[in-house]
Ligand binder design. Structure first.
Ligand code: ADP
Ligand code: MG
Length: 424
């Protein structure tokens, strides 16, 4: 043991919703300055665990101590001074401005009939600067995009000025630029400001790159807790998530990363269809959305290429694994003109362009622009509209507008990659 102070102690914790057990005998300690990421499939109990520690949920069996004190003895203000939460879902139920929402983070410090003091305004301002939300301080929270809301809720948690941060999928709605900014923010809060962090990430690689320890949660039990190096393996991911992955090592950061492995042998019941090997298909990549269709078309013998994808993207791993030509961009960087032009070259020499259900932020918006140019120049475009564009648009409507334009201009719309085969 390093001898650091214990910030959180959880012992033999059980919790049930309506007699259905969702957390089963959970025990672990978190020391000061630790950064634990909780990973597990949907429904494994991650949010429940975080909500119990912050006393958002009550009615458990076992022990939870924060800062050396049983949380049952702590009133909501005491807890709020020690623990700030960024919940998975936020619905204020009333239309507050952004600045008002962030000021709510100060409530543990303001007495019942007291008013905010200079210090409160200073802290709020600092929190808004760190999350880059000052430009929309006076807008209504309810009118913001998902990513903007997430930044406001993060600012509110920072305004709480607690030594522990509990983050429940804090970057799930952010575009790639803010995702990296937030990861840097978490690292600086942890390493410089000595905050203790427990975070739930939907992305194993984000967790691996940033946290000191990983907790694998499976069906309400701790499957394993330790460093990523020690506990993330092909076998552990298979056991916890049921999926086949490849565990590699990033040549730049030397850290391990996980990338999905697909099975090209899957019979989709359309195997009688003959592929035209000379048909060139270019696929727009991003966030792993292109991997299934890349894999499928490659396995059927089509001449496939992919772009623009960021390094560290699972789509890049897939392209490399399948030896498919691709256009790449530095990790977490917006697409440069050079890369965009290379991508357009690929598009020009292809017969069909495929647009999978990629998430669009300002960083990869130009991929959509390239598709728009493709359709304007008469190329055949197939859109895999698997997920509502509104939920995938992190540009405040810009991407949605262009996407709809692409469809209006004659793109073929299908619902899954399997349907692509019939339309080639
Ligand atoms: P995770 O965050 O890992 O996806 P949750 O902690 O949200 O999982 O949920 C764990 C389990 O508890 C799930 O099976 C979920 O359906 C159930 N659950 C979550 N919230 C409630 C609730 N308010 N009432 C009943 N069951 C719930
Ligand atoms: Mg959850």
């Amino acid at each position: 043991m390093s001898g650091k102070r214990n910030m959180i102690t959880v012992k033999n914790l059980d919790f049930s919703y309506n007699q259905r057990k969702v957390l089963d005998n959970i025990s672990f300690n978190v020391e000061k300055e630790d950064f634990i990421s909780i990973l597990g499939p949907n429904g494994s109990g991650k949010s429940t665990l975080v909500n119990l520690i912050s006393k958002v949920l009550i009615g458990y069996e076992g022990e939870i101590e924060v800062g050396g004190r049983d949380i049952k003895e702590l009133n909501p203000k005491d807890i709020a001074k020690m623990v700030a939460v960024v919940p998975q879902y936020t619905n204020p139920g009333f239309s507050f401005t952004v600045a008002e929402m962030v000021m709510m983070g100060r409530h543990p410090y303001i007495s019942r009939f007291g008013t905010e003091e200079k210090e409160d305004f200073d802290v709020v301002r600092g929190a808004m600067e760190k999350t880059k939300i000052l430009p929309f301080a006076n807008r209504k929270f309810t009118e913001l995009s998902g990513g903007e809301k997430q930044r406001v809720v993060m600012a509110q948690a920072l305004a709480q000025d607690s030594s522990i941060l509990l983050l429940d999928e804090p970057t799930s709605h952010l575009d790639i630029n803010f995702q990296i900014e937030f990861m840097n923010l978490f690292l600086s809060l942890n390493r410089k400001e000595k905050k203790t962090i427990i975070a739930i990430f939907h992305d194993i690689n984000l967790a691996l790159q940033n946290s000191k320890r990983i907790m694998l949660l499976k069906e309400g039990r701790i499957f394993n807790l330790g460093s990523g190096e020690d506990i993330i393996s092909r076998e552990s991911i298979k056991s916890v998530f049921g999926s086949d992955v490849f565990v590699g090592r990033n040549p730049v950061t030397k850290k391990i990363y996980v990338s999905p492995v697909f099975n090209p042998g899957v019979d989709l019941g359309i195997s009688s269809q003959k592929a035209n090997k000379y048909l060139r298909v270019h696929i727009i990549g991003g966030g792993g959305a292109a991997s299934p269709v890349m894999n499928l078309l490659h396995s059927r013998g089509y001449t496939v290429s992919c772009g623009v994808i960021n390094t560290l993207d699972t789509d890049l791993d897939t392209a490399q694994m399948l030896k498919i030509p691709y256009v790449t961009e530095a990790p977490f960087s917006p697409i440069s003109f050079v890369s965009q032009n290379k991508n357009i070259e690929f598009i020009k020499s292809s017969d069909v362009i495929i647009l999978p259900a990629v998430e669009f932020g300002f960083g990869n918006f130009s991929n959509l622009v390239s598709v728009k140019e493709a359709i304007s120049s008469g190329k055949k475009v197939i859109v895999i509209d698997e997920k509502n564009i509104r939920e995938r648009d992190h540009t405040g409507g810009k991407a949605e507008k262009l996407y709809r334009r692409i469809i209006r201009d004659g793109a073929i719309v299908v619902k899954s990659e399997n349907q692509v085969l019939r339309r080639l």
